[in-house]
Design a protein. Structure first.
Lengths: 217, 40
């Protein structure tokens, strides 16, 4: 992992937050509370990327049985839980003043909550199965099956009537967002992905060192 | 509508989660690297 990645990701995050709270204009309808979007959307997009890494690393582990793939999947799954949790929490904080409720059992929210529970279960499974190879195998299967929920979440706003708005960025047509808002959003997406890459790299190293210390690297 | 309190709560929560996770990982790394400096 490049040494500069951590400071670079940190710098981008500081710039992204400053732009989100200062430079980006307030929304014409929602006002300043819409600034939560610059956290909420990058958090869920980063979670999707983290789950993609879990999926690829889990398949690679089942094929090769190399512990490195398992460590990468575990590191990414942990961060996926963090970012899904952040997306749910920031969405809830955004929902109260705009929808009038902290939570509703809407298709997008419910399928996202399910994703959170699946990967929380993934982490729990790793901690309760004592044999590391069996834990890695079971976790890989859960990691692969859990990823099937991501397209359900993405298309839930089209398949069902939901309170949540349709896709703004990840859609076939070009985004209709104000260019300044879009630039700030993209800056924060890049910053979040940088933070994910850095933290996943550090967690991967920790898992590798821990396995080495336990004599199973 | 202003709702700056909701905005700041969301950003503060994100900071606590990300900084907390980062510190937890770094603490674990330091503990392992201090324990076996000759191997790594």
């Amino acid at each position: 992992m490049p040494r500069a990645l951590g400071p670079l990701a940190g710098l981008l995050l500081v710039l992204g937050v400053a732009a989100a709270l200062g430079w980006a204009p307030p929304d014409a309808v929602q006002g300043h509370v819409q600034r939560i979007m610059y956290l909420h959307v990058p958090a869920i997009l980063t979670a999707y990327v983290a789950i993609l890494v879990v999926l690829v690393a889990s398949v690679a582990y089942l094929r090769s049985r190399r512990p490195g793939w398992d460590h990468l999947a575990a590191a990414s799954a942990e961060l996926a839980v963090c970012f899904i949790g952040l997306a749910i929490a920031t969405g809830s904080i955004w929902g109260k003043p705009t929808w009038g409720t902290w939570w509703t059992w809407d298709a997008r929210l419910t399928s996202t909550a399910l994703l959170f529970v699946i990967y929380l279960g993934y982490l729990l499974l790793r901690s309760v199965v004592e044999d590391p190879e069996r834990a890695a195998t079971y976790a890989a299967v859960v990691g692969i099956l859990g990823a099937l929920d991501v397209p359900i979440i993405h298309f839930s706003v089209q398949w069902w009537r939901t309170l949540h708005q349709p896709a703004t960025v990840l859609r076939p047509q070009a985004p209709t967002m104000d260019p300044t808002m879009l630039a700030v959003l993209l800056l924060n997406v890049v910053a979040f992905l940088g933070v994910f890459a850095y933290l996943a790299g550090r967690r991967y190293r920790l898992l590798t060192l821990a396995a080495g210390a336990a004599g199973r690297s | 509508m202003s709702h700056w309190g909701f905005v700041l709560a969301a950003y503060a929560l994100a900071a606590v989660v990300l900084v907390g996770y980062w510190r937890w990982v770094e603490r674990g790394l330091r503990a392992l690297e201090d324990r076996a400096p000759s191997r790594w």
